[in-house]
Design a protein around this ligand. Structure first.
Ligand code: 13P
Length: 253
């Protein structure tokens, strides 16, 4: 199956303006010749507008917001609306990252609202989910992931669902240096595709890109991306180094 290949960098709460500008410029310049893969960066909100100026002429490099509000606009101090992201050139938004779920107690109901508003504003969504270490240890990882998918994705009709990309990010692998083995990643990605077949159809499941995230780096990306159901990566730490991030983009066989 010839699915879209995607490599996305989640910068989290890192860089200042100067560093963000030079990182984005280096990624733009070093990745120019890399074809056949969609490239996305998710910088902090405050730099999006400036980085749009850096990336806007490079069609294969998109920018996105790391989060958006569940509300359209109004008296929500400190929040950022999906329409605001769109207005500064974002094509994407991350929804449901484990750090948002854990540190900001985001619920599935909130994630549904965020995705609805993002879709209304013509943003594409990378929807993140994944099990905690305790859930994997007690063999509940499949059950957990199925629930995370069903609770959110069943709110969307088939016609809209392909505006989403999925990112499986086992929490125990995020920022820990411990990566899921290619076997563990493939096993879960195949399970996710089966779950999508159950919710939507085989046709949709076959088309939906599913990214792996969690200590994916320039050394292990090739083995992970060689798995038939792994369509790329959502990269944290290694996306802060232009050279490593570009090696990851070139890691499809
Ligand atoms: P690391 O690649 O730093 O483990 O982070 C993964 C992640 O959370 C990407 O969203």
């Amino acid at each position: 199956m010839n699915r879209r290949k995607i490599v996305a960098g989640n910068w989290k709460m890192n860089t200042d303006l100067h560093e963000a500008l030079s990182l984005a410029s280096a990624i733009r310049d070093n990745s120019k010749s890399i074809t056949g893969v969609e490239k996305i960066i998710f910088p902090p909100f405050t730099f999006l507008s400036a980085l749009n100026e850096v990336t806007k002429d490079e069609k294969s490099l998109a920018i996105g917001g790391q989060n958006c509000s569940e509300h359209e606009k109004g008296a929500y101090t400190g929040e950022t609306a999906a329409s605001m992201l769109r207005s500064v050139g974002c094509e994407y938004v991350l929804v449901g990252h484990s750090e948002r779920r854990t540190y900001f107690s985001e619920t599935s109901a909130q994630l549904i609202s965020k995705i609805k508003i993002a879709l209304q504003n013509n943003l594409k969504i990378i929807f993140c989910f994944g099990e905690q270490l305790s859930e994997r240890k007690s063999n509940k990882h499949f059950e957990t992931v199925k629930l995370q998918l069903e609770e959110v994705l069943t709110s969307f009709p088939k016609e809209e669902i392909l505006n989403l990309v999925l990112a499986y990010e086992p929490v125990w692998a995020i920022g820990t240096g411990e990566t899921a083995t290619p076997e563990q990643a493939q096993e879960m990605h195949a399970f996710i595709r089966k779950t999508l077949t159950g919710i939507f159809s085989k046709e949709i499941a076959d088309q939906m890109p599913i990214l792996y995230g969690g200590s994916c780096n320039a050394q292990n990306a090739r083995d992970l991306f060689a798995c038939p159901d792994v369509d790329g990566g959502l990269i944290g730490g290694a996306s802060l180094k232009a050279e490593d991030f570009c090696i990851i983009m070139k890691s499809f066989s």
